[in-house]
Write a protein that binds this ligand. Structure first.
Ligand SMILES: [Zn+2]
Length: 331
């Protein structure tokens, strides 16, 4: 309908309204897919950040995916995108961070439903001797007795939050989470140190919430069902680092995981879904052949395999999951 007309002369809402049905048709009939992001497969109470999907719900998700979608390894999806050969309703399943429940709870269900998966590992946490920083933050701020106020020295001065009630503690935790997320790893660690001093202790790592050890990672990838990829060393906000440090954070996991697991590491995912202009180029230079760095959304033919979009799956029943996946596969 619009062919031959200079689109820039039309009001943008007219252009959007006219092209939207074409985009839906393209998604429905030409090619399309979705990359799902999970973090933990564990009871929802295990994560105050909503990172856990219960094993029961996860099984319901897999039952749906294995019968109604074309599940494939992430690397196969990337290869098929590159040669414009992605079948409709293609889905790849990924897990971020490297939690031990990926091995204990997720892998047996992936086996049962024959659904392949890719686990992105933040290699600085391998071994599980220290908790992921956000889990330690939650333990420090939500559990046990703490002072009535938190005063935290930060780069631009001291910030203060009341911590005298459970809701106040929870609000303070979310505020500090937002600050720590965007700090470079060294600044994040010194702020966590200040929090440990404030709380009066360094919490023990919860065995159910830790990262996998090297031996557990070897069990995880013992066949071709589950693959692993890099997720930086320190679960770093790449935008907080200079170019040299970004290059190290992206490249080092490929070497570390490759050595630990004696296999090539081909995929990478950027933490927090945060991209930088050079992230795709740095992932190519590191030797990866696929990278999840394209923000939130669906994949379709022509997408850059180094900037694949994904979307996060939250704890939800089969009906909600079906609606979310269908939305991403169609529009
Ligand atoms: Zn992550």
């Amino acid at each position: 309908m619009l062919r031959g007309l200079p689109a820039r002369t039309l009001p943008q809402r007219v252009v959007r309204a006219a092209t939207r049905p074409l985009r839906v048709l393209r998604r429905r009939w030409v090619a399309g897919g979705a990359i799902l992001t999970y973090h933990r497969v564990a009871e929802p109470g295990s994560s105050p950040f909503g990172l856990s999907v219960s094993p029961n719900h996860f099984e319901a998700h897999l039952a749906y995916l294995s019968t109604r979608c074309r599940v494939m390894p992430l690397l196969e999806m990337a290869r098929r995108l590159a040669c414009d050969d992605l079948p409709p309703r293609s889905v790849a399943v990924t897990f971020d961070d490297g939690y031990v429940d990926n091995l204990r709870n997720a892998r047996p269900l992936l086996e049962r439903y024959e659904v392949p998966g890719t686990v992105f590992v933040a290699t600085g946490y391998i071994g599980g001797e220290r908790a992921f920083w956000w889990d330690e933050l939650a333990t420090l701020m939500l559990e046990g007795a703490v002072p009535a106020e938190l005063a935290l020295p930060l780069g631009d001065g001291t910030r203060r939050w009341p911590t005298d009630t459970p809701p106040a503690r929870r609000a303070a935790m979310w505020a500090v989470h937002g600050i720590l997320r965007d700090l470079a790893p060294t600044a994040r660690e010194s702020t966590l140190d200040a929090l440990r001093r404030w709380a009066g202790h360094a919490p023990r790592v919860d065995d159910a919430s830790r990262a996998m050890t090297a031996d557990e990672l070897r069990v995880l990838v013992r066949d071709d069902l589950v693959d692993v990829g890099g997720h930086t060393v320190a679960h770093a906000a790449l935008s907080a680092l200079d170019a040299d440090a970004r290059a190290v954070e992206i490249a080092a996991p490929r070497e570390v995981l490759g050595r630990l697991l004696a296999r090539p590491i081909e995929a990478h995912a950027h933490p927090y879904g945060i991209d930088t202009d050079d992230a795709a180029e740095l992932a190519v230079r590191a030797g990866y052949s696929a990278a999840c760095a394209g923000g939130i959304g669906s994949v379709e033919a022509g997408d850059d395999p180094m900037r694949l979009p994904r979307f996060t799956v939250h704890d939800c029943d089969a009906g909600t999951f079906r609606r979310v996946v269908e939305h991403h596969l169609v529009d």
